[in-house]
Design a protein around this ligand. Structure first.
Ligand SMILES: NC(=O)c1ccc[n+]([C@@H]2O[C@H](COP(=O)([O-])OP(=O)(O)OC[C@H]3O[C@@H](n4cnc5c(N)ncnc54)[C@H](OP(=O)(O)O)[C@@H]3O)[C@@H](O)[C@H]2O)c1
Length: 326
């Protein structure tokens, strides 16, 4: 089968299309003939080699999220799974391929009417958005800021906060055009990446002075600036690091604001029990199939153009998610 591996860590040029044997599902696993493969921010982080300490080696087959039809079952898997159209989490490898394996507990049937491309755009990120707001104890009427809202996590978080009755849903993004698209999804104020009101001014003059909840996909050097934007009793939820690590002294900043009773937390979906993740994912898939939750597929590219997909991500051109199709 055709697959995409990292021949050399670093730039997207290090990705190579190779022919490898199709994987054989082990006990408790299924094999999926893929129809859509999500290209996530974490794939780019692995490709750059910055996660080498986690044991990734050259030859690594990228990809963690696929949709397709189950074509083989491992020992112990119920026969009713064979032939079903599903979404699956393959772990941190194995997705960029014509065939992928996943443990059956990380597999979810797709509802009728949900395209594979939409499933791999929502499947991983929607759960992060849901539980990040939940762990932040977001309540109706509160003001929310989604930092790095133009990715698939942010796009879902904006919609969930808006329909959850947020008093305001502010977003950071890098252009007025992206801001307009985020408004269409439920954002009420558009800020630039530094948190200032954007150039598409009038409605932004009512940017709240502070936020009760910040969902931060970006991290990086700018994180402290956004900590300063929390209201008293505000909760900051760091869910991603697309901008790198925060400054080492951000904890000092938090302590200096001691009298505001702020909370800072990281959130990883890995800490949510599997059945809880699947329950939320299942209901989000149903909503997406009915058009009640919107997914944004930036572009669908052939599998052998994975390097182009990574170049687009590195260039900051992607709004939503790029999807590969074998
Ligand atoms: N917590 C979890 O369980 C979990 C699970 C999966 C993934 N993740 C993490 O989530 C992140 C990927 O999420 P995603 O796919 O939604 O994000 P993404 O699409 O990679 O990026 C989101 C947006 O952030 C903005 N951005 C990028 N670089 C920036 C920078 N240096 N400074 C400020 N803004 C920047 C860009 O929008 P603009 O150009 O419009 O500003 C971009 O569209 C990764 O860090 C991944 O490791 C976390």
């Amino acid at each position: 089968m055709k697959a995409v591996v990292i021949r050399e860590f670093g730039s997207p040029d290090g990705l190579a299309v190779v022919d490898v044997p199709a994987p054989v599902p082990g006990p408790g696993q299924v094999r999926i003939t893929t129809e859509a493969i999500g290209v996530g921010g974490v794939d780019a982080v692995i490709r750059r080699g910055t996660l080498a300490a986690y044991g990734f080696r050259e030859g690594h087959l990228l990809g963690s999220e696929v949709a397709g039809r189950i074509s083989a079952l491992g020992e112990g898997v119920d026969a009713s799974w064979l032939g079903r159209r599903v979404w699956a989490f393959t772990g941190l490898s194995g997705g960029y391929a014509e065939q992928a394996v996943a443990p059956v507990e990380e597999v979810l049937p797709l509802p009728d009417g949900l395209a594979g491309a939409d499933a791999v755009t929502l499947g991983g990120s929607g759960v992060v958005a849901h539980f990040a707001l939940d762990r932040a104890r977001f309540a109706p009427g509160e003001t929310v800021l989604v930092r790095g809202a133009a990715g698939s996590i942010g796009i879902t978080a904006v919609q969930l906060a808006a329909r959850g009755g947020a008093g305001a849903v502010a977003v950071t993004t890098s252009s007025a055009e992206r801001g307009a698209r985020l408004r269409d999804l439920g954002a009420t104020q558009v800020l630039d990446r530094s948190g200032e009101a954007g150039s598409d001014a009038p409605p932004d003059s009512d940017v709240p002075p502070g936020f009760d909840v910040v969902i931060d996909v970006v991290g990086g050097p700018g994180l402290s600036l956004f900590l300063d934007r929390l209201n008293p009793n505000g909760r900051y939820m760091a869910v991603g690091v697309v901008g790198g690590q925060p400054p080492a002294d951000f904890g000092t900043r938090l302590m200096n604001a001691f009298r505001k009773s702020l909370s800072f937390a990281t959130f990883s979906a890995d800490t949510v029990p599997g059945p809880d993740r699947q329950a939320v994912r299942s209901s989000q898939f149903t909503e997406a199939a009915h058009g009640d939750l919107r997914t944004v597929v930036h572009e669908v590219l052939p599998l052998d153009q994975a390097a182009s997909a990574h170049r687009a991500m590195d260039a900051g051109k992607v709004f939503g998610r790029i999807v590969l199709a074998p």
